[in-house]
Design a protein around this ligand. Structure first.
Ligand code: 26V
Length: 808
């Protein structure tokens, strides 16, 4: 396929604007130019997309389907252009047409169809699958409202609906011909056929039409275009006839409304699970439509009987959220394809692989039996049978585990335990970083690991270096290319050749220059957004991620308050100026997390305007943290805060993005930080705090007393008292909940315990920063080792160990 030059792009966009809007380019708005550019991109993509599909069909390739309730894809215009090899050309074309590329790109709404790490990982995986030429597709939900938009008003988080579809979304294609019906509720009748087999009739169900919208997933310069298929819920029979009974008419409208809710909004909670019926409906809606669609395509393209399904298809389930796909496949094989239980089970257990993303017990999904029975009667029957057979198997074949049945059973204490279902039915169960997988094997899933050791494996997360280095940091990208060429673009591990330049002062200075330019750009953005001037010579210290107690934004704030107190005491303190940057959304119902947001903003409002700290300390909370904001912040960061309570952060992926952009990690030995440490060594990052074993030991045996630290450490006492006595805040009860949580609930995330080592790690970091060359060398070493964290490596491991698919 011929790549378009800037001239071609200009010509095509001009034609589009002339014919579609009947305008001269000079009169066009940024919005019109954006749609013109997207149309040109789509023109390029269409034939590649068709060809890719034809290729998969004619070669009868084995395919992987990534099933996920979340795909946090953000904006696509730049990454589409990059992968088509036209980003530079598009920038030039826009400039020559008299537009600022950035203003045109920002017309696109962020598709925030995810909460955080889990959803963004799914998006990176799709990019890598396509870029490595693998037949792999995503199935998700086309939520009409994505993750809420966050405003900060008087320091508090306020949530606004994210109606991202108000303007047409140029990347999606509605595919009505692929629509299918998903059924809820109803009555299940069984009767025995003459041959003894059971016939299942599921009657009087509520029917919902699932209509797919396809989004192309473009591989990097390789002509592969895969598909992200997002389902939208619609009423089965078109518009209601309002000629008749008024009551009937409104009843119908009501019904339609409740149907459309199925793909109405993304649940904004990614930490504590609530057994909401609508969420269960969403999950079944996703999996039923997706599994039906897979079988339909399988039959059409491969003309094989369903027995061959596992040869051609593997389904990766992204956490337990899509795990109802397991009984759904069983249902279709038995009730629609007339297979017996054993055959259906044989097939099913060769198809599914499950990824776990958290060990937090609050996040483990269980559904009340009664809810599931009512909403999905047939699915519940199948789960019940899976459970019966599983428990019987333990009783007879694993006598030593008989007393563990209550912890193993899929159905126990009136609940259906989804992780247990997923483990029992999957041929692979993986964690997302070494330490996380080990904790699963030794703690959370110990009993299952003993039953099925061969199923458990690790797949350390990754990020696409195309978006998170090449797209977001063009200056660093071209500097790296000048120094080591561009082999690393296709083989990111080759970034390692940067190591040869670690003592080259000239090179290190060039890296410093790029970082400074990126810092300046962020400083300008902050000024334009908030009217606050930050010192571009200060250390940019960044923590951006969902707000959660275990991620310990609070520890970061305590450090800032500590510095503030020090400066108040001694305004002439010799200290390298710092800019602390935060971005974080709290789940709307997460009270304590919202208090921390308020605290950060309160501290900012004091610190930023105090004459004693002027020029030394700035605190910036950027509102509405999302993918696009991360793209602006990460290239400018110098310190990456990855300070979760050890054992709690399954992997983290932000840590990888920062490292790849040259920030140094300030972190605990948790998640993938441990693997960064294994690569760069303790001398090239700032590691502090309790280790996972120590934390787990405290949880198990006690022995930690937050109050002792409060009593002993003046710095800690001072800070907590400041929270409690109203020194920070407009009224004196403002931060009492934080105070109480630490002192009366014994600081469940060990903020006080890690406070001193954290302060010391920061003091050390500051001392290193004074030696510019040393800092730059550490930064370069981090970039050099970051290739491991490309999601291309992760995907290759999934392919080799789990999916066994071939590139085309
Ligand atoms: C959990 C729940 C709980 C029930 C309500 C709805 C909901 C929605 C999402 C989630 C996902 C929580 C798990 C998660 O996001 N884990 C993160 O996964 C990242 C990718 O593997 C990993 O880097 C992070 O460490 C991990 O916290």
């Amino acid at each position: 396929m011929k790549r378009l030059t800037a001239e071609d792009l200009k010509a095509r966009m001009t034609t589009y604007i002339n014919t579609t809007y009947r305008l001269d380019v000079k009169e066009a708005t940024e919005e019109e130019v954006f749609y013109a550019l997207a149309a040109v991109v789509n023109e390029q993509v269409k034939p590649l997309w068709d060809k890719t599909n034809e290729r998969y069909k004619s070669e009868q390739t084995r395919q992987v389907y990534y099933l996920s309730m979340e795909f946090l894809i953000g904006r696509l215009i730049e990454s589409n252009l990059l992968n088509l090899g036209m980003l530079k050309e598009a920038n030039q074309a826009l400039q020559e047409l008299g537009f600022q590329a950035e203003d045109v790109f920002t017309v696109e709404q962020d598709a925030a169809l995810g909460n955080g790490g889990l959803g963004r990982l799914a998006a990176c995986f799709l990019d890598s699958l396509a870029s490595l030429n693998y037949p792999g597709h995503g199935y998700g939900i086309r939520y009409r409202y994505g993750l809420f938009e966050q405003r900060i008003i008087h320091g508090n988080q306020v949530e606004l609906p994210d109606y991202w579809l108000k303007k047409p979304y140029p990347w999606e294609v509605r595919r009505e011909e692929e629509a299918c019906v998903v059924q809820f509720q109803g009555i299940v009748r069984m009767h025995q056929r003459r041959n003894g087999s059971l016939e299942i009739n599921h009657e009087h169900t509520d029917k919902v039409l699932a209509v797919p919208y396809d989004v192309p997933v473009i591989g990097y310069e390789n002509e592969t275009v895969n598909t992200l298929r997002l389902w939208s819920a619609e009423p089965v029979s078109g518009a209601p006839d309002n000629s008749g009974d008024q009551e009937e008419f409104y009843h119908h409208l009501d019904f339609e409304h409740s149907i459309e809710q199925l793909s109405g909004f993304l649940y904004p909670d990614d930490s504590s699970y609530e057994g909401k019926e609508l969420r269960l409906k969403q999950q079944y809606f996703l999996v039923s439509a997706s599994v039906q669609n897979m079988i339909k395509q399988f039959k059409k393209n491969y003309r094989l009987s369903s027995k061959h399904f596992p040869e051609k298809i593997v389904i990766q389930i992204n956490d337990t959220h899509p795990s109802l796909s397991i009984p759904e496949l069983m249902r279709i094989l038995m009730d629609e394809e007339d297979l017996g239980w054993d055959e259906a089970w044989e097939i099913t257990t060769r198809v599914f692989a499950y990824t776990n993303h958290t060990t937090l017990s609050e996040a483990l999904e269980t559904w009340p039996i009664a809810m599931m029975q009512k909403l999905l009667p047939r699915i519940y029957m199948i789960i019940d049978e899976i459970n019966e057979r599983f428990c019987q198997g333990i009783w007879f074949d694993h006598k030593e585990k008989r007393d563990k049945i209550p912890e193993l059973a899929i159905i126990a204490d009136e609940q259906v335990h989804m992780a247990r279902l997923a483990i029992v039915a999957s041929f692979s169960v993986n964690g997302v970083a070494n330490i996380h997988t080990e904790i699963l094997k030794k703690k959370e899933m110990k009993e299952f690991h003993e039953l099925y050791p061969e199923r458990f494996n690790n797949k350390t997360n990754g990020i696409t270096h195309r978006r998170w280095l090449m797209q977001v940091n063009p200056k660093l990208t071209s500097l790296i290319q000048d120094i080591i060429g561009d082999q690393w673009v296709k083989r990111p591990k080759q970034l390692i050749s940067l190591l040869r330049f670690q003592h080259d002062k000239d090179v290190l200075e060039q890296f410093a220059k790029v970082k400074n330019e990126n810092k300046l750009a962020l400083a300008n953005f902050i000024h334009q957004q908030m009217g606050i001037t930050v010192d571009d010579q200060s250390i940019f210290d960044v923590q951006i991620k969902r707000l959660h107690e275990y991620k310990r934004q609070l520890l970061n704030v305590f450090h800032i308050i500590y510095l503030y107190n020090e400066l108040k005491e001694n305004p002439n303190l010799d200290m390298t100026p710092r800019t602390f940057i935060f971005g974080a959304k709290a789940a709307p119902s997460y009270h304590l997390a919202k208090e921390v947001i308020k605290l950060i903003n309160t501290v900012a409002s004091i610190v930023n305007y105090d004459k004693d700290t002027k020029g030394k300390l700035k605190v910036i909370f950027l509102e509405n943290y999302n993918v696009s904001l991360a793209e602006k912040i990460i290239p400018a960061a110098e310190i990456s805060e990855q300070i979760s309570t050890a054992s709690k952060e399954a992997s983290g992926t932000g840590n990888m993005k920062f490292m790849m952009n040259g920030a140094l990690t300030m972190g605990t030995m948790d998640g993938a930080n441990v693997e960064i440490y294994d690569l760069v060594g303790e001398e090239n990052m700032f590691i502090f705090g309790l280790r996972a074993e120590e934390v787990l030991d405290y949880y198990q045996h006690g022995g930690y007393h937050a109050r002792d630290i409060y009593n002993k450490d003046d710095r800690v006492r001072r800070i907590l008292d400041q929270l409690n006595n109203g020194e920070f805040g407009t009224h004196d009860i403002e931060f009492k909940d934080i105070y109480y949580n630490i002192l009366y609930h014994n600081d469940p995330y060990f903020v006080l315990k890690d406070f001193e080592p954290y302060i010391e790690a920061h003091e050390y970091a500051e001392s290193v920063y004074r030696d510019k060359m040393k800092w730059q060398r550490m930064s370069l070493i981090n970039i050099a080792h970051s290739g491991k964290f490309s999601s291309d490596r992760t995907i290759q491991e999934y392919v080799n160990d789990i999916w066994k698919i071939n590139p085309t």
